[in-house]
Design a protein around this ligand. Structure first.
Ligand SMILES: Cc1ncc(COP(=O)(O)O)c(C=O)c1O
Length: 370
């Protein structure tokens, strides 16, 4: 089975440990164990006492009842039986695609987006058409284009909402129109929902609350600031979840007793995590947009309170060379747009620690005007 190299991951695997000012990541600034375990009324002693008493057996195979219940509460129409724990959203996407896509299937994938969403279906023998989002259209997809791509045999539409790398959002009205198009041919709509817009004005709905053949994948890695615990999940209707169960047994047994306990703790305290992260997104987005206003060498379609942004270079041609030089000479890491198939751009993860963002942007300007 042939598969393309994963552009972003290959870049980060090589360079992320070399950065002094890492403004490449799409996670809202990760939290320490100490911060996590002492949020609100919580205290770490209680957590560790419970953990000390835990046997390190396989634990709950699909995720503990507490985990599945907490996750189901993130949706309007989902019961705990529809939730399966996975190894991050990466594991969730892999499971859903592996379980449903067969050679010869037709798949439509938003592009640019997360590479799993088009290169896994391709590797499974599907014919993949890109549904391009373009900068001229504020990185938003065009429904008419989807109507020209859809076929009677389209098996699945793969979306990433909010979008990595651009930070743009398909709001509920538009998603409802996408569902109508998918419904006409009975296609699944898989939406990777790891980026939740952190403001009160963006109207976004999970695909599973809009469409019976909707599949949501998600994790605690981005909006919930804890990629280190490697916990994600799939949500789908009961019949599709049963298909996932079968394939899941071949790819993972469980996500681990410790990780599950941490995940439950985070989900029980999600309001505190989200409050923290709303503040970070708001403050840092202001820093980013103020910088953009005074930096003629780049432009930006401003992200919708989502922890990733995609800048366009106005003066640099080779984004990959520039990003390498930026890291070597200035200690600043971004992800070149070429890694998403969009040269002349870069992903700028502005939800880093504030001091890192401020110094990173200052140095980025120096490099741009060198
Ligand atoms: C859209 C998207 N999905 C999934 C992932 C991976 O998530 P996880 O760390 O939960 O596996 C990423 C990471 O960058 C992502 O951007």
């Amino acid at each position: 089975m042939e598969i393309a190299g994963f552009g972003v991951e290959e870049w980060l695997n090589v360079y992320e440990t070399q950065a002094t000012y890492d403004i490449a990541q799409s996670t809202v600034s990760s939290m320490t164990m100490n911060e996590l375990l002492n949020m609100g009324q919580a205290n770490s002693q209680d957590f560790y006492r419970d953990l000390d008493a835990q046997k390190m057996n396989y634990g709950w195979i699909e995720g503990s009842p507490a985990f599945k219940t907490e996750v189901s509460h993130l949706y309007k129409t989902v019961s705990p039986e529809q939730v399966l724990q996975t190894n991050g959203a990466t594991g969730a996407n892999q499971l859903a695609l592996y379980a449903l896509i067969e050679p010869g299937d037709h798949v439509i994938s938003m592009y640019p987006s997360y590479q799993q969403l088009y290169d896994i279906p391709k590797s499974l023998g599907a014919e993949v058409d890109f549904w391009n989002i373009s900068e001229e259209n504020q990185w938003m997809p065009d429904l008419d284009e989807l109507r020209t791509l859809i076929r009677p045999n389209t098996k699945m539409i793969c979306l990433n909402n909010a979008n990595n790398p651009t930070g743009t959002v398909i709001e509920t009205n538009l998603m409802t129109e996408i569902v109508k198009i998918a419904q006409e041919v009975g296609a699944y709509v898989l939406v990777d929902e790891v980026y939740l817009p952190l403001d009160d004005t963006t109207d976004v709905s999970s695909i599973v609350d809009l469409y019976d053949k909707g599949i949501a994948t998600n994790s605690l890695s981005k909006t919930y600031s804890t990629p280190g615990i490697r916990i994600g999940w799939t949500v789908a209707n009961p019949a599709v979840t049963d298909i996932f169960r079968k394939y899941r047994d071949y790819t993972m047994i469980c996500a681990g007793v410790f990780n599950d306990q941490m995940a439950v703790h985070i989900l029980k305290n999600k309001d505190l995590v989200l409050d923290r992260n709303r503040k970070i997104v708001k403050q840092n987005l202001k820093i980013l947009t103020d910088w953009i206003d005074n930096e003629p060498a780049v432009s930006l379609v401003v992200p919708k309170s989502v922890s990733t942004s995609f800048i366009k270079f106005e003066t640099i041609d080779d984004d990959e060379q520039f990003c390498k030089k930026l890291l070597k000479d200035y200690g600043v890491l971004m992800v070149p747009g070429s890694r998403f198939g969009v040269p002349g751009h870069a992903r700028l993860g502005y939800c880093a620690k504030e001091s890192v963002l401020v110094e990173g942007l200052k140095r980025l300007s120096q490099a741009l005007h060198e």
